[in-house]
Write a new protein. Structure first.
Lengths: 1085, 231
C-alpha cells in the first residue's frame, strides 16, 4: 500500500510537472531551446574531441609518418632553407657522403636506438642497355643524328647531337676526329642517369621492409652479407669494382631517343682513303655538315622500353653490366630565399641558384641547376664499376608512406612531386602541370636513388666517409606525444655528443608546399614557379600540442557555460515562480517537496538533453561514418544529466528559503544596507540596480565572463599557432577542421551567455515594474528607461569582460608562462564582445521596460502582463530556434568539410614569416644577373628623398603616362584624361585634379583575382613621398569584373580622379594590384 | 479537532535600511473555535501581517502564536507546512491559483503526496460542486472569471477540511455582486461546517456582518468587538 501510494505520488508529480510545462508553452519552448543548445554543446564536445583527437593524431601518425625518427647528417649538410625549418624534398639525395663507418658504428651502439640505417649516395651511373644494331653494309660516310627528347611535364627538352662514321674498308687512326668521324660499332644504347646508393641491407630491410619488396623471380634476390665485392684489373692501372646491386623497377624519366642514320652524299666506295683525306683537308666535321645527305634508317627507343628490357635481362639472368664510369657525385641544389609572388598561398619561396660551370671544365654546358661535382677532371679518376645485378625491387611495395596526395617526401625511393604552378609572369598555370625529372644529374628535381648496393661497396668506391645520412628509429617511440619527443631529443643529443654529426628530429614533420623559382638557363626560358611539397620539421608536434590545449579549453568552456546557463536559468525560473512556490507552501506543501520538484524537473530535462545529444551524435556518425566508443556515449549521458542536476543544487537549496508570506506581501522592499554612492545619473542608477540584485548580477557576469575568457584565450592560442598552423598542409588541415568548430563552440557559449543575461535582466525588469512605472509616471522618457536597462546589460558585460580578461591572462600565464604583451592591444579590444553581449541581452528586457504603462505601477505586484510575456517568449523562441538550426547546419557542414580539407584550403591564411628576396630572370651567358647586381648597389639607399626613384627601381614595370604595357596575357593602358568630373571641387587651395584612365585587358581563359583600382590598388605618389588616394572614380568598362573580383577573360576601364597640389614636381602613379608581380610605376611628372 | 488560535505578545519588526519598523506591536488576541472574525483597519495597520502570522505564513519577531495551548511558531518549516495542511485553509485577494493547473488539479494541489483516508478526486469534485463549478472541472484559471477563480480557491482551501479559513481581502479583487456571493459562501461554511473564519477586509459593510470585529491601527489592536450575528 505504501509503495502503491509512492508510485501514485511519483506519477502525479510527473504529471504535475508535465502539465506545468506544457500549459506554459512559451516558457516550455525556452526550456527546450536551452536544452537543445546544451545538447548540441555536448554532442559537439564529443564530436569534436573525436574528430580532433582521432583525425589530427591519426594524420600525424599514419599518413605523414616517416619511416625514421631522427636523421643524422654530416655537419656541413645544412641548407639555407633550414633556417625556416624546411628541408627540400628528397634532401638526402643531395648529400655526397661525409659520415664514416666508425661514426655509423658509434651511432648504432647508442642504447635506445632500434634501427640505424645508413645511406650513402654514391654517384650517377648510366643504367643503359643495347637496344639495337645498325645494319648497314653499303660503304660510305654516314651521319648518325642522336636526338633525345625528354618530357619534363611542361614541355619537351630536346638534346641534339650527331656523329659521323664510315662503313667500308677505310681504317683511320684510332683518333679519327681530324677526319670528322668517330669509330662506331653500330650498337645503339639507351638508358638513364640514375643515382647509386649504398645501404646496410639488414638495417634497410628493418627500416622500410625492402627485403619484402624484391620482385619475385629466380634471379631476383635481396642484397646479402655474402655478396662479394671484387676488384678486377682490366688493364694496367685500370681497375673495375664489381659490386652487388639491386635495381628499382620504376623509371621516372620520360624520354625518347631517336637515332637517324643518313648517308653523306660523297663518293666513298671507290677510293675511301682519298675521300677521307679530302674531308680532312676541307675541315673534317664542318665539311661533312655541309654536304647533302640522304636518310637511310631510323631507330626510336623510349626510356620505358629500355627500362623494361633491362629488367627482363636481369630477370633472365643475363649479364648486362659491362663496365662503366661513375663520373658525377650527388650534389644539392643551392636555394636562395625570395619573396613569394603569392605570399598568402605559399609563404615560402626559394629560387634555384644556378651553378656556373668553371670555364676550364671539359663539360659541354656553362650552367646547371645544381653544382656539378665529378669524381675528377678526366676518366682516370672516375670510379669504374661493374654492376652485378642481384635483384629487382619494387619501391611501391616498401613500407613507407606513399599516399600520393600527402606524401611526405622524406623517403628516398620516389622522386618528389613538383607542379608547375606559375609561369614567368606569375600567371597561374591552370591546371598545374606535374614536372618529371630530366635525364641528367643536374636538373633541379632531386632524384631518388634507384640502384642500391651495400655500404661496404660504397666504402670501397667512395673511400673514407661514404655515408650521406643515417636514418634512426628509436625504440618505444610509436606515438606523437610529449614523452616521445623528449626521448628523441635525448637520443639526438647523445648522437651529436658522440659523433659530432648533426641531428634533426623528423618525427612529426609535415609536408609544406613551397614555391621554387626556376630561372632560365642560357637559351632556355625562365620557367616560372614550381610547387613542391617540402618537409617542415617538427610542425606537427607543435600543432599537436597547441590543438590539445585549444581543445581542452573549448571543452571546458562549453561545459562551464552550459552549467552556468542551467544554473542561472534555474535560479531565474525559481525567482519567477517564487509566488507560485509560496502559494504551494501556504496550502500545506512541505519545503522539501519543492526541492524534490526542482530536481525531478532537472532530471527530466537532463534525460531529454542526453537523448537529444545521442540523437545528434547518432546522425553525425551515420552521415559521416565516425567511430565512437561506448564510454563516450555513457559520458554524454552523465554530462547531460549532471549539468542539469548540478545546476539545480543551489536553486534547490534556495527554494527552501522561500517564505509562504510572499503570497500576502505586495511589492518587494529590498534595499542596500547603505548607499555606496549617490544616485545622480542614469549610469549610477543602472549600477545601483545591478548592485541591489547583486547575487543574480554575479550570475549573469559569470555567464558572460566564462565564454569571454575562453574566447580570449582561444584567440591567443590561434595567434600562437599562426606560425605553424597555416603554413603546412597539416596545419591547414587542422585549421580547417578545428578552427570553425572552435568558433562555433565559442559562438554557442556566447549565445547562451546572451540568453542568460537576457533572462536575468528580464526578471530584474519584471520585478522592478512598479518602480519603472513610477519613473514613467514622473515623466521619464521611454528612451531614458531603455538606456537605463541597456546600461545595466552593458555594465554586466563590462564587468564580465574585465573578469574574463583576468581569467584569460591567468590561463595564458599558467600555460605559456608569459604575459601576452604582443597581442595585448588586440586582446584588450575583445572586451567589446562581452559588453555587446550584455547589451544585446538587455535589448528585449529594455523593450519590456519601455512598454510598461504608468498605471501598471499603481496596482502593485509584478506579474508580467500576458501580452508582453507572450511577445517576449515568442521573440526568444524564434531567436533560439534560429540559433539552434544555424548551429546544427554549421555542425553538419563542419564535419564533412574536414574530410576534404586536404584539397580545399582556407581562403584567409594568416600572414606568417615567409621568405623574401628578389628573383632573377634568365641567367645570361656572360654570367651576369643584371637584376641582382642592381639590387646590391641600392640596398642601403636613403629613404624619403628618392622615394619615387626607389619605387621605380623596385618596380615590376615602369611606364610613361600614355604608354601601353603589353604582357603575355594582360594589357595595361594608362592615359591622362583632360576632363575632370564636374561635380567635385578641390578641397585644398592650389590643388588640381588629375584624372587617369586605367584600362586592363586580361586574356586568360579562367581564374579569379582581386582587382580593385578604385580601392587603393592604384594611387599617386609625389617626390616627397606623399601618397594620394583617388577622391572620385567612374567605371567605364567592366566586363567580367565585379568591382572586386576579376574573372578573365575580362576588361576593366576606370577613370580615377586624384587631388594633387599644383606645385608638385615629381608625380608617379603606382598600380599595386594582385595581378602583377610587383608595382607598375607610371611616370606622370 | 477544533482548537482556539491566538497570539501572545506578538510583535513583527521589518528591518530596512537601518530603520526598524514595527508592523505589529505586542499583539494579544485569541480566537475561539468556529468564530467568524473580521480584521479591519487602514492600509499599513498590520492586518494582513497579523493574518499571515496566525496562518504561520510568517514568523513573529517576538511573542508566540498559540494553537490550542501550544505555541507553534518554534516548529520546523516542515512541521509548519504539515500544520497548515491539517488546520488552515487560505484564501487570497489575488486568488493565487496555479495558472498551469486545471480547476480540479488546483483543488487537489494541497493533497499532493499526502496520504489521506478519502478519495482525493471525489473530494475535490464534490467541493467544486458545492461552489457551483461542476462544469468547470477541467478549465484553466485563465479561462475563469474572478469570482469563479475565488470559488476554486475556496474549494482548494477546504479540501482537507481545515478548522480555520484565513482570507486576505477575499472580495477585494471582485465586484460587489461577486463579492457578495463569495462572502455568502464563507458565511455558510462557518455556519454549516463550524469552520472558523478570519478575514481581512477594507469593507466596513462586510466587516459588520462578522460576529467579531478586530480593528487595527499602527500595528496595534485598537478595538475588539463582538457584534451581533448577522442573520
Amino acid at each position: 500500500m505504501e509503495k502503491l501510494l509512492e508510485i501514485q505520488g511519483a506519477r502525479s508529480m510527473l504529471r504535475f510537472i508535465w502539465n506545468s510545462w506544457w500549459r506554459n508553452k512559451e516558457r516550455f519552448l525556452l526550456l527546450i531551446v536551452g536544452a537543445l543548445i546544451v545538447s548540441i554543446g555536448l554532442s559537439y564536445l564529443v564530436g569534436i574531441t573525436q574528430a580532433n583527437k582521432a583525425t589530427v593524431v591519426d594524420e600525424l601518425q599514419k599518413r605523414w609518418k616517416s619511416s625514421y625518427h631522427i636523421v643524422v647528417r654530416p655537419p656541413d649538410a645544412r641548407s639555407v632553407t633550414e633556417e625556416k625549418k624546411l628541408l627540400e624534398p628528397n634532401y638526402l639525395s643531395g648529400i655526397a657522403g661525409g659520415i664514416s663507418l666508425e661514426q655509423y658504428e658509434q651511432v648504432k651502439a647508442i642504447s635506445d636506438i632500434d634501427i640505424a640505417a645508413p645511406i650513402a649516395m654514391m654517384g650517377y651511373i648510366q643504367n643503359s642497355t643495347q637496344l639495337g644494331q645498325i645494319d648497314i653494309t653499303e660503304p660510305g660516310v654516314y651521319r648518325m643524328n642522336i636526338k633525345e627528347a625528354t618530357d619534363n611535364g611542361v614541355d619537351t627538352v630536346v638534346d641534339n647531337g650527331s656523329i659521323y662514321f664510315t662503313v667500308g674498308t677505310w681504317e683511320g687512326p684510332s683518333d679519327s676526329s681530324a677526319y670528322g668521324v668517330t669509330r662506331f660499332d653500330g650498337k645503339l644504347h639507351y638508358g638513364t642517369d640514375i643515382l647509386l646508393a649504398g645501404v646496410d641491407p639488414d638495417a634497410e630491410a628493418k627500416l622500410v621492409g625492402i627485403d619484402e619488396a624484391i620482385v619475385k623471380g629466380s634471379n631476383s634476390k635481396y642484397l646479402s652479407k655474402k655478396d662479394n665485392i671484387e676488384t678486377i684489373e682490366v688493364m694496367e692501372d685500370i681497375e673495375d669494382t664489381k659490386i652487388p646491386v639491386i635495381l628499382s623497377n620504376q623509371e621516372f624519366v620520360d624520354g625518347t631517343m631517336t637515332y637517324t642514320i643518313e648517308k653523306v652524299d660523297i663518293p666513298f666506295a671507290e677510293n675511301p682513303d682519298s675521300t677521307m683525306e679530302m674531308v680532312k683537308e676541307n675541315g673534317g666535321k664542318s665539311y661533312l655538315d655541309e654536304q647533302p645527305k640522304t636518310q637511310v634508317d631510323q631507330y626510336k627507343f623510349t626510356t620505358s622500353e629500355t627500362h623494361k628490357k633491362i629488367i627482363e635481362q636481369i630477370s633472365n639472368g643475363g649479364d648486362i653490366g659491362g663496365s662503366q664510369w661513375m663520373r658525377f657525385k650527388p650534389s644539392p641544389v643551392e636555394y636562395r630565399e625570395v619573396s613569394s609572388p603569392y605570399g598568402e598561398r605559399w609563404p615560402f619561396s626559394y629560387e634555384v641558384e644556378p651553378y656556373t660551370v668553371p670555364s676550364d671544365s671539359t663539360l659541354a654546358i656553362d650552367y646547371a641547376y645544381r653544382q656539378i661535382t665529378s669524381f675528377g677532371e678526366d676518366s682516370s679518376s672516375w670510379p669504374r664499376l661493374q654492376l652485378d645485378f642481384k635483384g629487382i625491387f619494387d619501391p611501391r611495395q616498401l613500407n613507407i608512406s606513399k599516399d600520393p596526395l600527402t606524401e611526405l617526401p622524406m623517403e628516398t625511393y620516389f622522386p618528389s612531386k613538383a607542379n608547375w604552378v606559375l609561369d614567368k609572369d606569375e600567371n597561374p598555370i591552370n591546371p598545374p602541370q606535374q614536372m618529371k625529372p630530366l635525364n641528367n644529374p643536374y636538373g633541379f628535381l632531386t632524384k631518388p636513388p634507384l640502384i642500391l648496393t651495400n655500404i661496404e661497396a660504397a666504402a670501397k668506391i667512395i673511400g673514407d666517409k661514404p655515408i650521406s645520412a643515417i636514418r634512426v628509429k628509436v625504440k618505444d617511440v610509436e606515438e606523437l606525444t610529449e614523452e616521445s619527443e623528449q626521448t628523441l631529443q635525448d637520443v639526438a643529443k647523445k648522437i651529436e655528443e658522440k659523433t659530432g654529426l648533426i641531428t634533426d628530429i623528423t618525427l612529426g614533420s609535415s609536408p609544406q608546399p613551397a614555391l621554387t623559382h626556376i630561372p632560365g638557363l642560357e637559351e632556355k626560358e625562365n620557367l616560372g614557379w614550381v610547387e613542391q611539397p617540402w618537409i617542415k620539421l617538427g610542425s606537427s608536434m607543435t600543432i599537436f600540442k597547441e590543438s590539445k590545449i585549444g581543445m581542452s579549453g573549448v571543452i571546458a568552456s562549453v561545459i562551464a557555460v552550459a552549467i552556468v546557463y542551467v544554473f542561472s536559468t534555474n535560479i531565474i525560473m525559481m525567482y519567477a515562480r517564487k509566488k507560485e512556490f509560496a502559494v504551494l507552501l501556504s496550502i500545506g506543501w512541505r519545503p522539501n517537496q519543492l526541492t524534490k520538484l526542482l530536481f525531478i524537473e532537472a532530471t527530466m530535462i537532463g534525460v531529454f538533453v542526453s537523448i537529444i545529444s545521442w540523437l545528434i551524435l547518432g546522425s553525425i556518425y551515420v552521415t559521416n561514418e565516425f567511430e565512437t566508443s561506448v564510454w563516450r556515449l555513457i559520458l554524454i549521458g552523465i554530462f547531460g544529466l549532471s549539468i542539469y542536476v548540478l545546476g539545480t543544487l543551489i536553486p534547490g537549496f534556495l527554494v527552501r528559503k522561500i517564505s509562504p508570506y510572499e503570497t500576502i506581501k505586495t511589492g518587494e522592499i529590498s534595499n542596500l544596507k547603505r548607499h555606496l554612492f549617490k544616485t545622480k545619473s542614469i549610469f549610477s542608477m543602472g549600477l545601483k540596480n545591478l548592485l541591489i540584485m547583486w547575487k543574480r548580477s554575479i550570475l549573469s557576469v559569470i555567464a558572460i565572463a566564462l565564454p569571454t575568457s575562453l574566447l580570449i584565450f582561444f584567440l591567443f592560442v590561434t595567434f600562437q599557432l599562426k606560425g605553424t598552423m597555416f603554413t603546412t598542409w597539416l596545419g591547414e588541415f587542422v585549421a580547417m577542421e578545428v578552427g570553425p568548430m572552435h568558433y562555433v563552440a565559442m559562438g554557442v557559449a556566447i549565445a547562451i551567455a546572451i540568453l542568460t543575461t537576457a533572462e536575468i535582466i528580464w526578471q530584474n525588469v519584471a520585478e522592478r515594474q512598479t518602480e519603472l512605472a513610477a519613473l514613467k509616471a514622473f515623466g521619464w522618457h521611454n528612451r531614458t528607461i531603455r538606456t537605463l536597462v541597456l546600461i545595466e546589460g552593458g555594465l554586466s558585460g563590462l564587468l564580465a569582460g574585465l573578469i574574463g580578461l583576468g581569467i584569460a591572462f591567468g590561463i595564458i600565464f599558467g600555460m605559456y608562462g608569459k604575459f601576452p604583451t604582443d597581442e595585448l592591444l588586440f586582446l584588450l579590444g575583445t572586451i567589446l564582445i562581452p559588453i555587446v553581449t550584455g547589451i544585446v541581452g538587455a535589448i528585449l528586457p529594455a523593450r519590456k521596460a519601455v512598454i510598461i504603462q504608468p498605471y501598471q505601477g499603481l496596482t502593485g505586484g509584478f506579474t508580467n502582463s500576458k501580452r508582453t510575456e507572450k511577445s517576449f517568449r515568442y521573440v526568444f523562441g524564434t531567436v533560439g530556434i534560429c540559433l539552434f538550426l544555424g548551429i546544427v547546419t554549421l555542425l553538419m557542414q563542419a564535419i564533412p568539410d574536414t574530410k576534404e580539407s586536404n584539397v580545399t584550403r582556407p581562403e584567409n591564411i594568416q600572414s606568417i614569416e615567409g621568405t623574401s628576396g628578389e628573383v632573377q630572370e634568365t641567367i645570361e651567358v656572360d654570367g651576369k644577373s643584371n637584376k641582382s647586381e642592381k639590387k646590391m648597389d641600392k640596398g642601403t639607399e636613403e629613404e624619403g628623398e628618392n622615394i619615387i626613384d626607389n619605387k621605380i627601381e623596385n618596380a615590376w614595370r615602369v611606364l610613361n603616362i600614355g604608354d601601353t604595357l603589353e604582357e603575355k596575357f594582360k594589357t595595361f593602358t594608362y592615359k591622362l584624361v583632360t576632363e575632370n568630373p564636374e561635380n567635385i571641387k578641390p578641397k585644398q587651395a592650389n590643388a588640381e585634379f588629375i584624372t587617369i584612365s586605367a584600362e586592363l585587358i586580361d586574356r586568360h581563359e579562367s581564374g579569379s583575382t582581386v582587382y580593385q583600382p578604385q580601392k587603393g590598388d592604384i594611387y599617386l605618389l609625389d617626390g616627397n613621398g606623399i601618397k594620394y588616394n583617388r577622391i572620385d572614380y567612374e567605371i567605364v568598362v567592366a566586363e567580367n569584373w565585379s568591382k572586386i573580383h576579376l574573372n578573365p577573360p575580362a576588361k576593366v576601364k576606370t577613370l580615377l580622379t586624384f587631388e594633387v597640389p599644383e606645385n608638385v614636381k615629381q608625380l608617379v602613379m603606382i598600380e599595386n594590384s594582385k595581378l602583377t608581380a610587383g608595382d607598375i610605376v607610371v611616370k606622370i611628372k | 479537532m477544533v482548537h482556539t488560535m491566538g497570539c501572545t505578545g506578538v510583535s513583527k519588526i521589518f528591518q530596512g535600511d537601518g530603520i526598524s519598523t514595527y508592523a505589529l506591536e505586542d499583539i494579544n488576541v485569541k480566537f475561539d473555535e468556529g468564530e467568524f472574525v473580521a480584521i479591519v483597519g487602514p492600509s499599513g495597520s498590520g492586518k494582513s501581517t497579523l493574518l499571515s502570522l496566525i496562518g504561520t505564513l510568517d514568523l513573529p519577531s517576538s511573542g508566540e502564536i498559540m494553537y490550542g495551548n501550544e505555541p507553534i511558531n518554534n516548529r520546523r518549516p516542515k512541521q509548519l507546512a504539515d500544520f497548515r495542511f491539517e488546520n488552515i485553509g487560505f484564501i487570497f485577494q489575488q486568488f493565487h491559483l496555479l495558472p498551469t493547473l486545471t480547476t480540479l488539479e488546483n483543488v487537489m494541489a494541497p493533497l499532493f503526496s499526502r496520504k489521506v483516508s478519502y478519495n482525493k478526486k471525489e473530494r475535490a469534485e464534490s467541493l467544486l460542486k458545492d461552489v457551483g463549478l461542476e462544469d468547470k472541472l477541467h478549465s484553466l484559471p485563465s479561462q475563469l472569471s474572478g469570482g469563479q477563480q475565488q470559488r476554486v480557491a475556496i474549494a482548494r482551501a477546504l479540501v482537507h477540511e481545515p478548522s480555520w479559513l484565513l482570507a486576505d481581502e477575499p472580495t477585494g479583487n471582485l465586484d460587489t455582486h461577486t463579492g457578495e456571493i463569495i462572502f455568502e459562501k464563507l458565511s455558510s461554511l462557518n455556519k454549516e461546517k463550524g469552520c472558523g473564519v478570519i478575514f481581512v477586509t477594507h469593507d466596513p459593510d462586510l466587516a459588520a456582518r462578522a460576529n467579531r470585529i478586530v480593528e487595527m491601527k499602527n500595528g496595534k489592536i485598537t478595538r475588539d468587538s463582538r457584534g451581533e450575528v448577522h442573520a
